[in-house]
Every structure is written in structure tokens, then in C-alpha cells.
Design a protein around this ligand. Structure first.
Ligand code: AHR
Length: 519
């Protein structure tokens, strides 16, 4: 073999080796001196709809189940979710909220009517999980409830009486009914949704019509924090119409406090979303790219809100978000049951970084949907239960709840594919009331470890640093029933500090959290 041939062969071999080497230096500047906006803890919220096995055969197995439960609510799920410090839980939907008649879900369970859940699988809903059960679940989780009222197939009177039933300490027929049903004291429920996706499953309304309907309902709904339905995620006209419309309401009416925003990460198309576990790099890339696209879209919405509500009185409430794939083979298509891999841990990290970095206007987010539905935290099979990779991202990131967001600047190489390129790193950072700084970093490149320098502007010295990581060898690693966990949080030590700088080696396809204590 001549020398030229040898060089060619060596070059070919080298180029065909996956890019596991640390190939570039990247920088992250953390502007501790510019920390300003509080990251509302509610950004770490969740959503639970009467959909598939989310409530029934999920959270709620009924009192006669052999699975250990408290009044029908699974003990293992409650214990696990408590690890996340869930600040708020949205219920009963989603699309289901707009067909839900709250009176069907109170009183003796045996007397509650059977209805058909027309949106999700056409199954019989026996109403055994209703208002009292949901509010008990929230008490067990130590979370605040967020209830969406029905404005599309219910009346204004239904809506305001539900609020009265739940929250009023006055004497009335409705509060006497609550007492007869076993609850003497009112519950504290601050958050109430006035409709859901009213451009679609919530009545196919246009923005003008919805705004009028919202005003009519909201005028009578005596609640502390009322959240209106937003339009489709990129519908800026809806946002303008709504924000203009509510300005016409007399100031003595406490009309609106938030507007919702829904965004789902679809890796292929709505018609063929692709498998949650059996996917190729092309789909990994599109999941990352499409989650990152949410940021530009949110910024467009926020720009409109800044123009029409410059005093920042109306919060942006991202009350449905997350990854949506094809259902697991053999499961009811209307149940939206999907597995959850390392890819989802990263999707969760990207989404939460985006919300943390836009905390000035975004005051709540609710990932869809906590148990057995879409990007769930928990999956169950009979008495078995797994914590998903997304669960671990929420566990890792809970340190940001109610901390002050620190602006960061990231200068990093792109993750380049035949389908395009996106930044390899996503970062958010915060400082809590003890002066502890947390920096969460997603390396979304599935092949390349990245060496980065973190420069802490405004800080002369850093105290003790600890690291944690979510990573795995394969893009589609997941936690399966009866098997050892493949994706979880592990300790991470690949960093070094010098004065106010840290150098860190970020493994490919990972979510890393660095915690910096005060010196
Ligand atoms: O989360 C599933 C569904 O997605 C919700 O019911 C609806 O609001 C949205 O379209």
C-alpha cells in the first residue's frame, strides 16, 4: 500500500468515528449583576385532564382498589410527585373542560351520572372523580388548584356557582350543598380558567366573539386570578383583539389576570407524529428545533402584550406545553398514552429554560399531562409505576422556583444536520433567596460533548459548586416497568472553577445543573 492510500484510509476511518470528542470551546456569560425578574414557581406547574388513563387508572384507582390509596388516590403517585414540589395543577381539561358539568361530579358517588367523554376515546365517564376528589388530590400533593370552567356548553350561572361552591364562606344554597357533601370550609382556589382553546374544541369561536363571551362570564365569576383562553399559538390578532376588548370593561370589574398559551412539540407532522421511543436522529433534531421555535413565538406574543398591556397586568400563562407523539402501539388512540425518553428530558429542559428566561411576562406554565398522558411525569401499568426522564428534569429544575432569573448569553457552536442547524446549548440561570446560583444547561447535540467556559459577571468569587446530570448512552433511553431506571439524576463533577470562571465539559445529549453556593 502506498503512503497516499494509507493517509486516505486513516482519514476515512477518522471521519466515520462518531463525533464523541470535545471539539469546540464555547462560552456562557451569566450576568449575576443583571438579575431582576422572579421566576414564578407556577412555571413548574402541571396539568391533569379527564383523558385516557390520566385520572382514572392513573391518579385515581378508586377506594376499593388493591393498589394502596387514600380515598381512591394512589399513594405512590402522590409520594413521587411530592418530590417535584408541584406548585399548581390544572384540571379538568383541556377540551374536556368545555363539556364538563361540575354538578355531575359532586354528591354521593353512586348517584353521579354516567356521561360520555366525547373528546377523548368516547369512553364512559362515571364522574367518581369530581371537585372534592380533585381538591383532596391537591391537598395531598401540597399544590394549588387551577380549575377551568366550561364556557362553551355551560351557562354563566353554572360557572359562577361552581366558584361559589368551592370558594365562598357565605351562607347560600350552593354553599349549603357543599356542606351537605361533607366540606364545611371553602377551599382556597386562586386560579380559574375562563374556557379552554375557544378557537377550537372550546366552541370554534373567533377572537371577537370569544372576547365578548369571556367578558360576560368573567363579569360574574368572582375569582382572584382569571385566565382567558389565548388563540392558536401564533395567532397574534387574537391576542390584540382580546387585550383591546378587555380595556372596554369598566374598571370596577376585575376582568382578567392572565391569557393562556398552548404549544406542543411535534417532531414530524400532526397526522404522523412519530414514535416516542423508536425514532431516528432526524426526529431528535426536529423535536429540539421545534421546541426552540417556541421561544421566537413567545417573544412575538410578548411583544404584542407589551404594546397592548404595557403595565404588564395580564400574565402569559403557558398552560399546555410539551412533546406529543403517536400513541404507544396497541393503546386507544384517544388516550394519548406515550412513553418518554431522554429526548423528552431535554425537551422539558429547553422549555423550562425558555420560560425562566421570559419570566417577566410568563407567570405560569403547565406541562401536559402529569400521569399516563402525553409528556407525563409518571407512567403506570397496573400496580407498577415509573418515573419518566421528564420527571427528573422537573426534579432537577425545581431550584428555580421563585428564584430571580439571571440573564445569560450563550455563544456556542451549532448542532448541524442535513435538515438545518440549531444552537447546541440552551441555558437558564437564577439566584435564590440564600444567594445560591443555579445554572441549568442543555447540550442538545446527540453526538458532541461540549467544553464551555462559564463567566460569572458581577461575582468575584464562587463558593462550593455541585453538579447533577441527566444523560444516557442512547437518544431513546427510557424507564421501563420492572426494569432498573435507565434515565435518572446522577452526580456530575466534570467542571473546574477559577475565581469567577468555571470550565465545564458537557456530555452530549444531557441536562446539567450546576449549583454555586455563596463563598
Ligand atoms: O392536552 C391534550 C389536549 O390538547 C387538550 O385537551 C387541549 O386543550 C389541547 O388541544
Amino acid at each position: 500500500m502506498n503512503f497516499k492510500k494509507l493517509v486516505l484510509i486513516v482519514a476515512l476511518v477518522l471521519f466515520s468515528i462518531p463525533q464523541r470528542v470535545i471539539a469546540q470551546t464555547n462560552s456562557i456569560v451569566v450576568h449575576t449583576d443583571l438579575a431582576k425578574d422572579t421566576i414564578s414557581k407556577y412555571i413548574y406547574g402541571h396539568f391533569a385532564e379527564h383523558l385516557g388513563r390520566g385520572i382514572y387508572d392513573g391518579f385515581y384507582v378508586g377506594q376499593t382498589s388493591e393498589i394502596p390509596n387514600i380515598h381512591g388516590i394512589r399513594k405512590d403517585i402522590v409520594a413521587s410527585l411530592k418530590e417535584l414540589d408541584i406548585p399548581v395543577l390544572r384540571w379538568p381539561g383541556g377540551c374536556f373542560a368545555e363539556q364538563y358539568q361540575w354538578r355531575d361530579g359532586i354528591g354521593p358517588v353512586a348517584e353521579r351520572p354516567l356521561v360520555v367523554n366525547t373528546f377523548w376515546g368516547g369512553v364512559t365517564e362515571d364522574n367518581s372523580f369530581g371537585t372534592h376528589e380533585f381538591l383532596e388530590l391537591c391537598e395531598l400533593l401540597g399544590t394549588e388548584p387551577y380549575i377551568a370552567v366550561n364556557i362553551a356548553s355551560g351557562t354563566v350561572k353554572d360557572a359562577y356557582q361552581w366558584i361559589e361552591y368551592v370558594t365562598s364562606d357565605k351562607d347560600s344554597e350552593i354553599t349549603r350543598l357543599r356542606k351537605r357533601n361533607g366540606r364545611d370550609q371553602p377551599w382556597k382556589v386562586k386560579f380559574w380558567g375562563i374556557g379552554n382553546e375557544n378557537w377550537g374544541c372550546g366552541g370554534s369561536m373567533n377572537a371577537e366573539y370569544y372576547t365578548d363571551v369571556f367578558k360576560r362570564f368573567s363579569t360574574y365569576c368572582n375569582a382572584e386570578f382569571k385566565i382567558a383562553s389565548g388563540g392558536v399559538f401564533d395567532d397574534l390578532e387574537w391576542t390584540k383583539t382580546f387585550l383591546t376588548g378587555i380595556q372596554e370593561v369598566p374598571s370596577f370589574i376585575n376582568i382578567a389576570h392572565g391569557m393562556s398559551y398552548h404549544y406542543y412539540t411535534i417532531s414530524n407532522s400532526w397526522e404522523a407524529k412519530g414514535s416516542a421511543t423508536d425514532f431516528v436522529e432526524k426526529e431528535w433534531f426536529s423535536s429540539m428545533r421545534n421546541t426552540l421555535k417556541m421561544e421566537a413565538n413567545l417573544e412575538d406574543q410578548i411583544a404584542v402584550m407589551d404594546t397592548y398591556d404595557p403595565a404588564n397586568k395580564i400574565a402569559l400563562i403557558a398552560d399546555e406545553w410539551g412533546a406529543w407523539y403517536d400513541v404507544e402501539p396497541g393503546t386507544n388512540p384517544g388516550f394519548l398514552y406515550q412513553q418518554n425518553t431522554l429526548r423528552d428530558a431535554l425537551v422539558a429542559g429547553l422549555g423550562l429554560n425558555i420560560f425562566n428566561n421570559h419570566a417577566r411576562r410568563i407567570k405560569m406554565a403547565n406541562i401536559a399531562q402529569t400521569v399516563n398522558v402525553l409528556q407525563a411525569m409518571i407512567l403506570t401499568k397496573g400496580a407498577q409505576m415509573v418515573k419518566t426522564p421528564s420527571f427528573y428534569t422537573f426534579k432537577l429544575y425545581k431550584v428555580h422556583q421563585d428564584a430571580i432569573s439571571i440573564p445569560t448569553e450563550v455563544s456556542a457552536g451549532n448542532y448541524v444536520t442535513d435538515d438545518g442547524e440549531i444552537p447546541s446549548l440552551s441555558v437558564s440561570s437564577s439566584i435564590d433567596k440564600f444567594g445560591t446560583i443555579n445554572i441549568s444547561i442543555v447540550n442538545l447535540n446527540p453526538h458532541q460533548d461540549i467544553q464551555a467556559t462559564i463567566d460569572l459577571q458581577g461575582l468575584e468569587k464562587i463558593g462550593v459548586i455541585t453538579g447533577q446530570i441527566i444523560a444516557a448512552n442512547t437518544m431513546n433511553a427510557y424507564n421501563d416497568f420492572g426494569k432498573e431506571e435507565a434515565v435518572t439524576i446522577q452526580s456530575f463533577t466534570h467542571f473546574k472553577k477559577k475565581d469567577s470562571t468555571i470550565s465545564v465539559d458537557l456530555p452530549s445529549k444531557s441536562v446539567v445543573l450546576l449549583t454555586l453556593r455563596k463563598p
